[in-house]
Design a binder for this molecule. Structure first.
Ligand SMILES: NC(=O)c1ccc[n+]([C@@H]2O[C@H](COP(=O)([O-])OP(=O)(O)OC[C@H]3O[C@@H](n4cnc5c(N)ncnc54)[C@H](OP(=O)(O)O)[C@@H]3O)[C@@H](O)[C@H]2O)c1
Length: 278
């Protein structure tokens, strides 16, 4: 059985590839730039672009199962091409907040495309990626500082390796067809606690510089973040700083239930990425 991993060079995709290779599966990896893929030996690397469904034909040949990195605009044609090529099962990388995302190019478009196909599907909906913190790596490296508003905002960060472990499990194991798994990491933590965990992982004190939300908003937009995204995430942080949510245990239980291993903590994530912050 050949499993096609799209988004294979990504944060989650690399771990999906590793999980599948380590459990003895035959993996084909899709990338737009095969020469730069740098994937493990034994992985068949194939070129193709999810925004150009016709370019996927060589990568789909002989594939039975597929991990689908979400590109909403072309999802319907990508899924149709997969179905024509004989793919039977698709696991979609979606997001915990998929239901609030109504954009043409969002997760829901991808979820709907597979639901309306004849394929067996499973949606993997992780919450906030711990890896979002890599955005702060340059400032931590240079000045041991994070400049941000809402230090008390609580989130439940998810290790990319756990997202991949869930995806790999439902790709290879039966019994997950038509299921949507919404999940997150093992505990809710304030932004300040997350910064402290990164400090502990690198053996340094990392200062949390509280930014005024209005000033931060202007900076983020100036740095190229879309205004709607900044307003959405700041509103979420403001609300959770005012009214801190406890750990969502239902979400926290999914990784151990599906993989048989404890979910990786944020401290573990920070240790795994210490080199990015030193
Ligand atoms: N950040 C969060 O908190 C969060 C939460 C829930 C869900 N998500 C979702 O998770 C996804 C990100 O996953 P990730 O971190 O694994 O992604 P990533 O690190 O950004 O990597 C995505 C990979 O997909 C490939 N790719 C991108 N566009 C492509 C295209 N048109 N055709 C073929 N390949 C393409 C790229 O590979 P090549 O360059 O090699 O082609 C890239 O390495 C996003 O959809 C995001 O919205 C994120």
């Amino acid at each position: 059985m050949t499993i096609l991993v799209t988004g294979a060079t990504g944060m989650v995709g690399r771990h999906v590839v590793a999980e599948l290779v380590n459990t003895g599966h035959r993996v084909r990896a899709l990338t737009r730039t095969p020469s730069a893929a740098n994937l493990p030996d034994g992985v068949e690397v194939v070129g193709g672009d999810l925004t150009d469904p016709r370019s996927l034909e060589p990568s789909l040949h002989g594939v039975e199962r597929m991990y689908l990195f979400p590109v909403g605009r072309t999802a319907r044609d990508v899924v149709a091409a997969a179905e024509r090529a004989g793919v039977r099962r698709v696991v979609v990388l979606s997001g915990a907040l998929a239901d609030t995302d109504l954009s043409e190019d969002g997760y829901l478009a991808v979820e709907r495309a597979v639901e309306e196909s004849g394929l067996e599907w499973t949606h993997v909906r992780p919450g906030e990626f711990a890896a979002n913190w890599l955005d702060w790596a340059p400032a931590i490296k240079e000045a041991r500082v994070v400049r941000r508003p809402y230090r008390a905002a609580v989130t439940q960060p998810t290790h990319e390796a756990d997202i991949a472990a869930v995806a790999a499990r439902v790709l290879v194991e039966d019994g997950h067809a038509g299921r949507t798994y919404t999940f997150a990491g093992p505990e809710a933590l304030t932004a300040a606690a997350q910064v402290d965990a990164i400090g502990a992982a690198i053996g340094a004190t990392v200062r949390f510089d509280d930014l005024d939300p209005a000033q931060a908003r202007a900076e983020w937009i100036g740095n190229g973040y879309p205004e709607a995204f900044v307003d959405w995430i700041f509103a979420m942080w403001a609300e959770s700083a005012r009214n801190p949510t406890p750990t969502n245990q239902e979400w926290a239980d999914v990784v151990p239930q599906l993989t048989g291993r404890p979910a990786r903590t944020f401290a573990q994530w920070a240790t795994d990425h210490a080199a990015d912050f030193r």
